[in-house]
Design a protein around this ligand. Sequence first.
Ligand code: SF4
Ligand code: SF4
Length: 406
Amino acid sequence: MPWVTDVHPTTDELNACVQCGLCLPVCPTFRLTGRETASPRGRLQAMNAVHQGLVEVDQAFASILDFCLGCRACEPVCPSLVPYGRALEGARAEIVEQVPGRGNQRRWLLGAALGSRSLMSAATSVVSLFQRLGLTGLAPRRLRRLSSGIRTLTGRPPATVGHVGGSGDAGTVALLAGCIQDQWFRPVNHTAIDLLELAGHRVVVPDGQTCCGALAAHDGKTDEARRLAARNVDALDAADLVTATAAGCSAHLAGYGHWAEDGGDVASKTVDVTVAVARAIQVGRLPRLRGSRGPIAIQDPCHLRHGQRVVDEPRIVLQAAGYEVVEIDDVALCCGAAGIYTILQPEASERLGNQKADQVRSTGVRRVASANPGCEMQLRSHLEDEYVVRHPIEWYAIALEEESAG
Ligand code: SF4
Ligand code: SF4
């Protein structure tokens, strides 16, 4: 057996692919290049070749998988239900173990920093200082582009970790604050707390929580992903419901059955915050607003639409607030953010970011809803200043405030 880890792609996972090619039209990297090795089918064939001992886990194999966004757009269209995302994580764990140099500094530093709440906090202080002093123009072009997608950090609201509040009539919700979300998009977490408490929940943001582990898992760092999942299971398990405002985090929490020995309970209780808020609206715990507030273009984060199959709920939230939802993309192609993909594959990320921005521009609508911080950063950094990108629950809260004000 050429594999060395206990998470490698399995015979069942790989044999499930019948090579039909139905996934090709929805795969962003295949659409960009037209190359079979940049398609889900081609990548599964490469994994199968390793599985059968025909090729080794080497740099060539790593390059084929590195170009994949991990967007999982190939999963919902697959008639054989191939668990592509699971197989990809397993193959990447093998690459970390078997390809010399995979622990290289840049990759390790990026993965460690973006997955660590304390390092993110330190990085945030530096970015905030640069923003205050007007020095962001001194950063290298790629970092300048990225930092333009971060919301202004000066005057941030207080940290949410440690918060406890709300009546609890509707049960207790534990919120995973997230690394990027809680440092660079903290108002989204505050909005979630306000709305869920208004809906009658007791909301706790437990102290013992840490990074969800998605970036570690996607990058093949299995031990790290398991360690983080175990800590979060301890911190979150007591609540009736678990949620996160970053779709990437909620998707990973919903997969904890795979990452932590006793993670199945947290996984089964996890819903993305758009689902929690939509449910509260549907049962009348949050109001449907009366006014008509015009159009909002909606972008579906891959980890919400493909990873969790959540499509209706963000639309329910926006429509309940009186907005007309404008679709930008029927197949929900990835915007090119995809965790650290934007740093590691800058050219493909840039092309996909431009494509997504063009889709938004073509609607003629300047307000955009997106439920994931990586997607928001990518959209903001590729759109002009007059476009306003906010989480669907923020758009709802804005409408609620307008209606309350009269
Ligand atoms: S749609 Fe599924 S079965 Fe068909 S080629 Fe793609 S992964 Fe394989
Ligand atoms: S995860 Fe996305 S980029 Fe990767 S093979 Fe599937 S559709 Fe293509």
